[in-house]
Design a protein around this ligand. Structure first.
Ligand SMILES: N[C@@H](CCC(=O)N[C@@H](CS)C(=O)NCC(=O)O)C(=O)O
Length: 291
C-alpha cells in the first residue's frame, strides 16, 4: 500500500445531502444474489493472508470478531473497523477507527469494486478480504465465522474449539430455530401489524424456552462455549433492559460477558439508542456449579 498521509486515507464526513442514504436497488432482470461473496479460506492458509473488515455496531460482525478471538487468531487474521455511520457511499473509514490498514481504501465499496467491476450488490460488514488475491472472499458472516473456527488450527491454538465436529449438527439445529425467532426475530418484532405481533410472540416463546434450558446448563450445548453461544450472545447484548425478565438467560448472558472475547468486542455506545435503559452487565453472576 502506498504511504499516503493519514488524512488522505479517510473518507469525508457522512453527508446524506450530497450522497443520499445507503440503499441497494435490485435490477429486475438481474438474477444474481445481492450478497454475492461466499467463498472460503483456502486449506492451511499462511498467517497474515486474510483481513476482516468489521463494524462495532454490527451483531453479524461481532460474531466473527468473537470467533476470531476464541480461535486465538490475533495477528494471524487481522481485523479493522469501519465507521459507525454511513451515507449513500456505504461504510467508510474515518477518524474514529482510523484508515483501512490493508488497502488504504476510504470506502468499503472500493474493496467490492476491486473484486467485481461495477459491483452493485450489498456492501456489508463483516467482509473477509484476501491479501494474496486482492479480492473479497466473503461477506457471508456465517461462513466466515466457521472458517475462522476451523481452518487455522495449524497456526493457532484455539482458546475454545467453538465448532467441534461432534456438536456441529446440534449447533445448526439450534440455529434453524434461533436465527428466525431471535437473531432476525428482534428486528421483525419491531414491525407494526400482525406480522410484528407474530414475531413478538415467537421471540418471547423462544426467550422463555432458552431461559428454561439455561437454568440447567452453563452454555447452550453444555459445559463449553460453542458457536451457538456466540450467535445468541450478539443479539442478547443488544436486547436492552427487557432481558432481565428472563433470569437464567440474563445470568447466562452476563456469564458470557465475563469472557474477554465477548466483553472486549462489545461497545454499547455503538448500538444503544440515546436515552435507552441498559441493564447492569457487570452485576455479579451467580449460577449453580453445573456438572
Ligand atoms: N444482512 C446480512 C448480514 C450482514 C449485515 O446485514 N451487515 C450490516 C451491518 S450490521 C450491513 O453491513 N448492511 C449493509 C448491507 O447489507 O447492504 C445478511 O443478512 O446476510
Amino acid at each position: 500500500m502506498p504511504k499516503l498521509p493519514r488524512s488522505s486515507r479517510l473518507a469525508s464526513p457522512v453527508d446524506t445531502t450530497a450522497y443520499g442514504t445507503y440503499r441497494i436497488v435490485r435490477r429486475p432482470d438481474d438474477p444474481r444474489p445481492l450478497y454475492r461473496f461466499s467463498d472460503h479460506v483456502v486449506d492451511k492458509p499462511q498467517s497474515g493472508r486474510y483481513h476482516i473488515y468489521a463494524g462495532w455496531f454490527c451483531p453479524w460482525s461481532q460474531r466473527v470478531v468473537i470467533a476470531h478471538a476464541l480461535a486465538g487468531l490475533q495477528g494471524i487474521v487481522t481485523v479493522s473497523y469501519v465507521d459507525n455511520a454511513r451515507d449513500g457511499r456505504g461504510w467508510a473509514f474515518r477518524e474514529r477507527y482510523g484508515p483501512d490498514p490493508v488497502n488504504g481504501f476510504r470506502l468499503l465499496r472500493q474493496a467490492y469494486e476491486a473484486t467485481e467491476e461495477g459491483f452493485d450488490g450489498h456492501i456489508s460488514v463483516p467482509t473477509l478480504w484476501d491479501r494474496s488475491t486482492a479480492r473479497v472472499v466473503s461477506n457471508d458472516f456465517k461462513g466466515i465465522g466457521i472458517d475462522l473456527a476451523t481452518r487455522f488450527q495449524h497456526l493457532a491454538t484455539p482458546i475454545v474449539n467453538t465448532y467441534p465436529e461432534a456438536h456441529r449438527a446440534e449447533i445448526e439445529e439450534l440455529d434453524a430455530w434461533l436465527n428466525p425467532a431471535v437473531n432476525r426475530g428482534v428486528l421483525a418484532a419491531e414491525q407494526p401489524g400482525p406480522d410484528g405481533e407474530r414475531a413478538r410472540t415467537a421471540l418471547h416463546e423462544a426467550l422463555a424456552a432458552l431461559d428454561q434450558r439455561l437454568a440447567g446448563r452453563r452454555y447452550l450445548l453444555g459445559p463449553d462455549i460453542t458457536e451457538a453461544d456466540i450467535r445468541l450472545f450478539v443479539t442478547l447484548v443488544r436486547f436492552g433492559a427487557g432481558i432481565t425478565r428472563y433470569p437464567d438467560l440474563w445470568a447466562y448472558a452476563r456469564d458470557l460477558y465475563t469472557v474477554p472475547a465477548f466483553r472486549d468486542s462489545t461497545d454499547f455506545t455503538t448500538f444503544t439508542p440515546p436515552g435507552a435503559e441498559l441493564p447492569d452487565w457487570s452485576e455479579p453472576v451467580r449460577r449453580p456449579a453445573y456438572t
